[in-house]
Design a protein around this ligand. Structure first.
Ligand SMILES: [Zn+2]
Length: 383
């Protein structure tokens, strides 16, 4: 990171500290770009620098089809603001999205995995756009300045620039909680998000579903609520869930879900995202996620493989049998990853059935003739 450059943006902010209170106009105008000598301009400068770093990060997922799909959703929701918004997919297996005041949005891959369809994704993006349209970060900044938390805010700004690039999840949660929007701002973003969804033709109940799913996942998980990035940034999920449900129930409205578009858009990165989820070894929550997705797509081979992996890796009593059942379901579909056979080899070996392990290895090598671990697996079988 270019510290010197960063420092200058901070200077611009510091210079504005003495400026009197300014009233925020209603919504950000399309094409808005604040003058650099204002506090808003300073904040934008800071985020522009963070964005330059993000652009070259190896954690940004650059798959074309995925980014084109996401761009479409952003423009469908954002309409005239579409040219002012830029969305980056960051490879982190957690549910989170963020919006910077300069129009830089981030969604983490863990969030993409958890959205069942395009309408649910639109619910998140619409909410984040609400923060942008009402300049919530600037509001928070001015609030911090008035309360003399200015130093904390600045060091936070520096740290925010590194989000998704380095810090551990625990650090991110801590950071996010410091940077959290107020309760009123969250409610306002929810309201705006619902409005954008309705105008774009998405079913608004999807917003409530996202929260329902997350609450269920957290209840099944082993991670403390206070350590969750999402719940640090978004307090009182149960309360918001109620409000979102009530709002969606009011008018009939649009019905669009976009299940197939969502699946096609993610197709090239789904396996990577599933593997990242498994790498966290939080089996309770992963099981909830895969079960939910399978309820919508019962023939999805990749999801059945993921579910099988949850059981194989957890290896509690009865899990190996559950894993084998899930692999069998995976192999009924054409999308089962070749590694499904590899996992069957491992389970059969654990259960001591060499003949079946050999059969699974043969199937694995037919599906993946250039497998790098072929030799190692053969040696395992010969032992
Ligand atoms: Zn929010």
């Amino acid at each position: 990171m270019n510290r010197r450059g960063f420092g200058c943006a901070l200077c611009a902010l510091a210079a504005m500290r003495a400026a009197g209170a300014q009233t925020l106009s209603e919504f950000v105008e399309p094409g808005h770009r604040p003058p650099p000598d204002t506090d808003e301009g300073g904040l934008w400068g800071l985020m522009d620098r963070a964005e330059r770093d993000l652009k070259t990060s190896r954690f940004v997922v650059r798959d074309r089809a995925l980014n084109a799909y996401l761009r479409e959703v952003v423009c469908r929701l954002g309409k005239d603001h579409c040219p002012d918004l830029r969305l980056y997919v960051v490879r982190t297996p957690q549910f989170n999205a963020s919006m910077a005041p300069n129009g830089m949005m981030q969604v983490w891959t863990g969030l993409l995995l958890r959205c069942v369809d395009e309408a649910q994704l639109a619910a998140i993006l619409g909410h984040e756009m609400g923060h942008y349209l009402r300049r919530h970060t600037l509001e928070r900044y001015r609030d911090a300045r008035d309360k003399s938390n200015f130093g904390a805010f600045l060091s936070l700004g520096l740290a925010v620039a590194g989000v998704g690039l380095a810090g551990t999840v625990a650090n991110l949660a801590l950071l996010a909680s410091t940077f959290a929007y107020s309760r009123e701002q969250e409610h306002e973003a929810d309201r705006i998000g619902l409005e954008l969804m309705a105008k774009a033709g998405y079913t608004r109940i999807a917003a409530a579903e996202v929260w329902e799913q997350l609450i269920a996942e957290l209840a099944a998980g082993t991670v403390e609520r206070s350590q969750s990035v999402l719940f640090a940034t978004h307090p009182e999920p149960e309360e918001r869930l109620g409000a979102l449900r009530a709002a969606a129930a009011q008018a009939g409205g649009a019905e669009e879900r976009g299940l197939e578009r969502h699946r096609t858009g993610l197709a090239a990165v789904r396996e990577l995202i599933v593997r990242d989820e498994l790498s966290l070894r939080q089996y309770g929550r992963s099981e909830v996620v895969f079960d939910r997705l399978l309820a919508q797509a019962p023939g999805d081979g990749l999801l059945w493989y993921g579910k099988g992996e949850v059981y194989r890796l957890r290896a509690e009593p009865g899990d190996l049998a559950r894993a084998m059942e899930a692999y069998a379901r995976a192999l009924e579909s054409r999308e089962a990853p070749p590694d499904t056979h590899r996992s069957i080899v491992m389970v059969e070996l654990k259960q001591g059935d060499k003949a079946r392990a050999q059969a699974a290895l043969d199937a694995y090598l037919r599906a993946k003739p250039d497998a790098a671990d072929a030799g190692a697996l053969r040696m395992l079988l010969e032992q």
